[in-house]
Design a protein around this ligand. Structure first.
Ligand code: FAD
Length: 357
C-alpha cells in the first residue's frame, strides 16, 4: 500500500493546480489520473478565456475570485513560464436587447470591481475590430480579459508540482474509496493507497467520486459545445476576445485570438446526453456557428478552418434522494455560483464539483 498525506484525484487544471498548491507545504502528495496524461478532459477543450469578471453576479464568491484572478493571471503565467495574451475583450451588440444587456453588464462589472470597463459606440467598436459587421451597434470593452493555452497551463502546474516532489500515477482510475479512522483507503488502477486527505478534482465524474463516500448532494448533468479552429494565416483578423451578445437567448458567438495565432470560435450549445470526454462534434452546432459568423463577422475566411472539436460542460445541480423510492431527484436550476458546502462527516475530503470557469 502507498501512503500519502493527501491524494488528488484527477489531473485536469483543478487537479494540477491543487497538487501544486499542496507542494508548498511539507506533506507527501500524489495525483491519480485515470487517463494517460494530465489535461485530457475538460481542460483540453474549452474557450481558453481569462474573464475580467463583469459577467458574474455581484457579491458572490465566483465574482470575487474571477476578478482577483484576472488581476494576477499574468504573474501566474510568468511564474510558470506559460504564454499569456492580455488582449482584452469587447462584447458587441447588434440590437436593442444586446445593447440593454451591455449596460447591465457594465453596472454589474463596476459593482464587482472590474477596472477599465468602457461602453463603446459603433464607430469605437469598429476602430477596435474593423472586420466586424457594420451592423454592430455598441460594445463593452474590458481591458483585463485575456487568453492562455489551458493545456500548456495545466502541464506547467503539473511539472512544477513534480519538481517540488509530488508523485503522479497515470492510467490509474479510482474505482473505490473507503473511510477509515485515520483517513481514506483508495483503490485505483489495481493499486491501493492510504491518505489522510483527498481532493476530488475528477471533472465530469467528480460527483461519482464524491458518492463513493457520501450520499448524493450535487450531480453533474452536462451540455455540450462545438468549436472551430482557424489557421494561423488569419492572425490579426481580430485583436480582442469578441463576445457576441445575441438578440436570441443562449445563441451568442465567441471569437478568441489564441496565443498561437489561430482564431478559436464557438461555443455552440447542444444537448450532451451521457457524460463523455470524447464527445463528438455535432453538425447542428457547427452549422449554427457558421450562421452566427455570417451575422457577426461575415468576411471571416471560413476556408481557413483547420479543425473542429467538441466539449462537455460540467453543469452542477443540487440533488436529493426521495426517501420513499430511493430515486435521486435534481433541482430545476443548475448551481451558477461557487458554493462552499460542508459535510461534517467527510473530514479531510474536499470535492471540487462542476467548476465551469
Ligand atoms: C465548453 C467549455 C468552455 C469553457 N471555457 C472556459 C473559459 O473560457 N475560461 C475558463 O476559465 N474556463 C472555461 N471552461 C471551464 C474550464 O475548462 C474548467 O473549469 C476546467 O477545465 C475544469 O477542469 P477540471 O480539472 O475540473 O476537469 P478536467 O479537465 O475534466 O479534469 C478531470 C480529470 O479527472 C480525471 N478523472 C475522472 N474520473 C477519474 C477517476 N475515477 N479516477 C482518476 N481520474 C479521474 C479525468 O480523466 C480528467 O483528466 C470551459 C469549459 C467548457 C466545457
Amino acid at each position: 500500500m502507498e501512503h500519502y498525506d493527501v491524494i488528488v484525484i484527477g489531473g485536469g487544471l483543478l487537479g494540477c493546480f491543487s497538487l501544486r498548491a499542496l507542494t508548498r507545504y511539507k506533506i507527501k502528495a500524489a495525483l491519480l489520473e485515470a487517463r494517460e496524461d494530465v489535461c485530457t478532459g475538460i481542460s483540453r477543450a474549452n474557450t481558453a478565456i481569462i474573464y475580467s469578471g463583469y459577467d458574474t453576479k455581484p457579491d458572490t464568491l465566483k465574482s470575487e475570485m474571477c476578478v482577483r484572478a484576472s488581476h494576477s493571471f499574468d504573474k501566474l503565467c510568468a511564474e510558470l513560464g506559460v504564454r499569456y495574451s492580455p488582449c482584452g475583450s469587447v462584447m458587441v451588440s447588434f440590437g436593442p436587447k444586446g445593447e440593454e444587456s451591455l449596460k447591465k453588464k457594465l453596472e454589474q462589472g463596476i459593482k464587482n470591481g472590474v477596472q477599465g470597463l468602457r461602453l463603446l459606440n459603433r464607430e469605437q467598436v469598429l476602430e477596435l475590430e474593423p472586420n466586424l459587421s457594420p451592423e454592430v451597434r455598441s460594445g463593452l470593452y474590458a481591458p483585463n480579459a485575456g487568453t492562455v493555452n489551458p493545456w500548456e497551463l495545466g502541464i506547467a502546474a503539473a511539472e512544477n508540482a513534480w519538481d517540488n516532489g509530488a508523485d503522479f500515477y497515470f492510467n490509474t482510475e479510482v474505482t473505490g474509496i473507503e473511510r477509515t479512522e485515520s483517513g481514506y483507503i483508495v483503490n485505483a488502477g489495481g493499486l491501493v493507497f492510504a491518505a489522510k486527505g483527498i481532493i476530488n478534482c475528477a471533472g465530469l465524474y467528480a460527483d461519482r467520486i464524491s458518492e463513493m463516500v457520501s450520499e448524493p448532494s450535487v450531480r453533474i448533468f452536462p451540455d455540450a459545445a462545438d468549436y472551430y479552429v482557424l489557421d494561423t494565416k488569419v492572425t490579426g483578423y481580430i485583436n480582442h476576445v469578441i463576445f457576441h451578445e445575441s438578440e436570441e437567448k443562449d445563441k451568442g458567438l465567441t471569437l478568441v485570438p489564441t496565443v498561437d495565432g489561430n482564431i478559436l470560435l464557438g461555443p455552440s450549445r447542444v444537448d450532451a446526453g451521457d457524460k463523455n470526454y470524447a464527445f463528438p462534434s455535432s453538425s447542428e452546432g457547427l452549422n449554427e456557428l457558421f450562421r452566427l459568423v455570417k451575422e457577426v463577422i461575415p468576411g471571416l475566411p471560413m476556408t481557413q478552418v483547420i479543425r473542429s472539436f467538441a466539449a462537455q460542460r460540467p453543469n452542477p445541480y443540487w440533488v436529493h434522494t426521495d426517501p420513499a423510492t430511493g430515486a435521486v431527484i435534481r433541482e430545476e436550476r443548475s448551481i451558477s455560483n461557487f458554493t462552499l458546502h460542508e459535510d461534517g462527516s467527510m473530514l479531510g475530503f474536499i470535492s471540487l464539483i462542476g467548476i465551469k470557469t
